[in-house]
Design a protein around this ligand. Structure first.
Ligand code: NA7
Length: 545
């Protein structure tokens, strides 16, 4: 029988598990390890897929790769794991990350506590018994004192609703639900809808195989070269010798990487200096480009200097001036949407088998049996690739149909947008923790860093409750209101809300409330706030016996 957490003074019923964790990606695996192996709790992890990996289980599209460098995109909690795992390239490909997470699952013997093919379809808090009843697709219900969601921020695929899709005689795929057996594009006329980070990775790879590739672009996007390549044995050695220092930097940085944002303003540098620094950053490649100056994300004039530099690069790479103009006619500040990085993205438009259709100028009307029709013409296609993104952050939580105290549904209380305390808890939902939930740095940070910090906060909080024989933890409404104001304030000092169609704002999903969802105050500041909260006996969280 599991070791159920104490707090029997209220006569709480005995749940089957101390905790149910939902999702077996980076977050769920570590949360399971912490609760089961550090605190000795009984934990059941529920996972919809038939394997571990989360995002990296589903996103198997051509070119799928992480935009964080591999040594930063890994767990820091185990020195042994750090020393024994070897990354092969500067940015890890999806199969390599999946291998890593499978290795972690085996190494820490996690599989015995995971139930696969168990999609959660409902979760209801039973106040009388102080437990969560969690229902899975098969209809079975499990009970647990704590419910911890580790469902990822980008896991609910958004297949753009275009009339006529059901009449299409070819094949279609969303990048986030890619067939495991892969897709052979040889000899095919392929259409890609979207030009976000995913499309920017997939387009160059698909173009090499397809007979003809047509890209349907609604919003042009900036992109900076990734400069991917194999890691040398010397760099591998350097990493292993210096992980402690690398991790320290990552924890102290704004975005969870091992570099800091420059302390210089783009507007203080001379034109020549600025160009030289941007050129250096372009050659170095990667997300670090946005750290070239301290004010790129804070000041429109500073941002314009980066944006103009990239636009000029696009025009110099893309040979056809009409295509170059369509690609560089970008309407938002650089990095106000998640900035993509690429391998030969703009170069791909110089291929004879690739063409770009501007569907902002001539919108998509419908999908026909033979292809796709815009107001400007009809395009014959054998396969359509929807690189149209995700119902980000709230989508994966809301589709679980979570009901809190007094029958209060998460869907209803978030109808005007999500509100949380620290992105971790919601008033009215006792003992529910949301790893990298809306209102936390999450997607604005290198995810494993954001995840480890949340998992450790939750683990410490539950350990504290055990020590003090407490059985309920719930964000107060007052602390939640204050935090919502801080989330807004943090976003509004940046240029992030200026990208009106960004998924950070929920603007990519028709009808979704427009609320800036992640906390933009930086990971380092957020970490300090959480540490203060914990030091003050979990201030803002009501703890009950
Ligand atoms: P994104 O960044 O949401 O990009 C989706 C793209 O699809 C974007 O260019 C959209 O244009 C486009 N889109 C969406 N719906 C439509 C319709 N109906 N018609 C035409 N074009 C459409 O998703 P990604 O998968 O690329 O990246 C998500 C995150 O994963 C990424 O930011 C990283 O954090 C990893 P729009 O801009 O809305 O005009």
């Amino acid at each position: 029988m599991p070791d159920i957490m104490a707090s029997p003074s209220t006569g709480d019923a005995m749940p089957q598990f101390d905790a149910v964790v939902v999702g077996a990606g980076f977050a769920g695996l570590y949360q399971l390890h912490c609760l089961r192996d550090r605190l000795g709790l009984s934990v059941q992890l529920l996972e919809a897929a038939d394997g571990v990996g989360g995002t990296w289980y589903w996103n198997r599209y051509p070119g799928a790769r992480c935009d964080s460098e591999s040594h930063c995109y890994s767990y820091s909690f185990s020195k042994e794991l750090e020393q024994e795992w070897e990354w092969s390239e500067r940015y890890p490909r999806q199969p390599e990350i999946l291998r890593y997470l499978n290795h972690v699952a085996d190494r820490f013997d996690l599989r015995r506590s995971i139930r696969f093919k168990a999609r959660v379809t409902g979760a209801e808090y039973d106040a009388g018994a102080n437990l969560w009843r969690v229902t899975v697709e098969s209809g079975e219900t499990l009970s647990a004192r704590f419910l911890i969601t580790a469902v990822g921020c980008l896991s609910t695929a958004n297949v753009a609703k275009i009339p006529g899709l059901e009449t299409f005689e070819g094949k279609w795929h969303h990048t986030g639900q890619w067939p495991h057996e892969g897709v052979n594009f040889s000899g095919q006329r392929v259409g890609v809808i979207g030009t976000g980070s995913t499309a920017i990775q997939a387009i160059p790879v698909i173009a090499e195989q397809a007979a003809q590739l047509t890209v349907f672009q609604r919003t042009p996007n900036y992109s900076v070269p990734a400069r991917n390549g194999p890691l040398t044995p010397e760099f591998q050695r350097y990493l292993k010798d210096n992980y402690a220092e690398i991790r320290r930097k990552m924890r102290e940085s704004v975005n969870g990487f091992d570099f800091f944002i420059s302390e210089r303003s783009a507007l203080e540098a001379s034109e020549a200096e600025r160009q030289a620094l941007f050129e250096e950053a372009w050659e170095r490649g990667g997300l670090r480009f946005r750290a070239t100056f301290k004010d790129i994300l804070l000041d429109k004039a500073a941002n314009d200097t980066a944006a103009d530099f990239i636009r000029a690069k696009i025009r110099s790479i893309v040979k056809d001036p009409v295509t170059a103009a369509k690609l560089s006619d970008i309407d938002h500040p650089y990095a106000a949407k998640r900035p993509p990085i690429d391998t030969n993205y703009f170069e791909t438009y110089n291929r004879d088998n690739v063409s770009l259709v501007d569907v902002r100028a001539a919108p998509i009307e419908r999908i026909t049996p033979r292809g796709l029709k815009t107001t400007g013409g009809e395009y014959a296609l054998d396969t359509i690739v929807f690189a149209t993104g995700f119902d980000a952050m709230t989508g994966p939580l809301l589709r679980m149909n979570v009901t809190g105290r007094d029958g209060c549904r998460l869907k209803d209380i978030w109808s005007a947008g999500p509100r949380t305390y620290l992105g971790l808890q919601v008033p009215g939902f006792p003992n529910l923790f949301t790893i990298t939930g809306p209102g936390s740095p999450s997607v604005l940070c290198n995810m494993p860093v954001a995840i480890e910090q949340h998992v450790e906060f939750i683990t410490d909080c539950i350990a504290y409750m055990r020590t003090h024989r407490l059985s309920t933890v719930e964000a107060t409404s007052e602390a939640t209101e204050k935090w919502a104001a801080q989330v807004n304030e943090a976003a509004n000092v940046t240029l992030l809300p200026q990208a009106k169609h960004s998924w950070y704002l929920g603007a990519n999903i028709p009808g979704k409330p427009r609320v800036f969802m992640p906390y933009a105050g930086g990971m380092a500041r957020y970490r300090r706030i959480c540490e203060d909260v914990a030091a003050r006996q979990y201030e803002g969280l009501a703890l009950g016996a």
